[in-house]
Design a protein around this ligand. Sequence first.
Ligand code: GLU
Length: 488
Amino acid sequence: MAPPQRRDITGPARVRFAPSPTGNLHVGSARTALFNWLVARNTGGTFILRLEDTDRERSTPESEAQILRAMAWLGLDWDEGPFRQSERDEVYRDAIERLKASGAVYAAWETDEEMEAQRVAARADKRAPVVRGRRDWTAEDIARFEAEGRRPAWRFAVETDGRTVIDDYVRGDVAFEHTSIEDFIVARSDGTPTYNLAAAVDDLEMGITHVVRGEDHISNTPKQMMVIRALGGTPPEYAHIPLILGPDKKRLSKRHGAASVEDLQAAGFIPSAVINALALLGWSFDDKTTMFTVPELVERFSVSRISKSPAVFDLKKLQVINGRYLRMMDDATFTEALLEHLTRTGYITTPEQTDLAARVAPSVKRKLSTLDEFDVLAGWLFRPLTMDPEAWEQLTGDVRHSIQVVGAGLGRLETLDDWSVDAIKAALSDQLHILGEDARGFLEPQRVAITGQRVSTGIYESMVLLGRDETLARLRDALAKLAEIWVA
Ligand code: GLU
């Protein structure tokens, strides 16, 4: 029998991205933001940004600003918000009052120690540590607690039988037995709402039709559905998207290299490549397509093709994708992206450096996988000559040969009037044929002599960028040093 066809989200969806502003936008959250954005754009719906900043100690304005900046860089524009839970206290207090009035929640007078004792006892009995507060306090008990200055927290009265089923777009039916769900707290004793209360109330109040979020939230879902139902609402539909692992199959973290969007930006990745790679974290269009423009993603994205199995984020794959995107750019666009990156990171600061970087750009475009690698290839142009010892060894390994080819190159270039890429190329090709050398054997020593490195910008371009006088000076200098070694 064919497996049941999975559903797609249809109709204009109201979706939300609800990060907690307690750090940078990491790859996992960015993927969640992207999937929600794609659902909104693909269905002609609405993308809502909601900052879940109820953890007053860990939430910071800097983190909020970083998240917004990272989303703007990725091009994930939102239609409503940003809303901040810290500014919606009244909405939650009102909901809590309604839950109290309907008896959906009850006052929990127990201290934390008393509740912990319940958990310990349950574990000792080999029962699930599902805590429930007492609901049969007498008027005297309560009067005594109040006299002691105790303030109750408020717990949701979870039914003791039955189950709550999530009809999940990705995971199918996921059932939670009510006996396994504790009477979770909705309001702390100081009156502040908990995450589950605030998220549920917001999803209801904001008319969210679909919640697309990480699988790590799945055990919160039945609780949020209960709160929404107790408030007389209908829960949204849910799509829980798979975890993201590193190539070592461990949960993605800093250890795996760039873990936040900010890191990726700093390392010289471009937004379109990052979006492309994020889209493939748990989603695929078919078995073969790996390159998608943003409009293609908007058109092709569907939750029915989100995988249940964990996704793997591999920085190396992202580098490959990024390199392809850079090569696809025309020279002007590439130059603009490169200059923006080098300026933002403080690599170039003067008009002269900017001008030089702009002149180098076209010759490195095909060789980079990230903009940051510019330094490896072209950094030598921005510094006085420093000879890489390994590169120099390559020259001194066969001194006689090096003297011969560098000497031949120098001799021919000294007579050259037209200092252009084409003229230099033609001149050096002549010499190479006369000597019966292969291109590598002939050109590598020249490269080392003028750049100090074994990898660089193209050799002819390098000579043009460096200029006639400086190129000839460096070749003469290398030749003199090689000659010293030869006679010694
Ligand atoms: N604020 C939660 C988080 O950052 C997201 C909760 C949700 O999407 O419902 O993990």
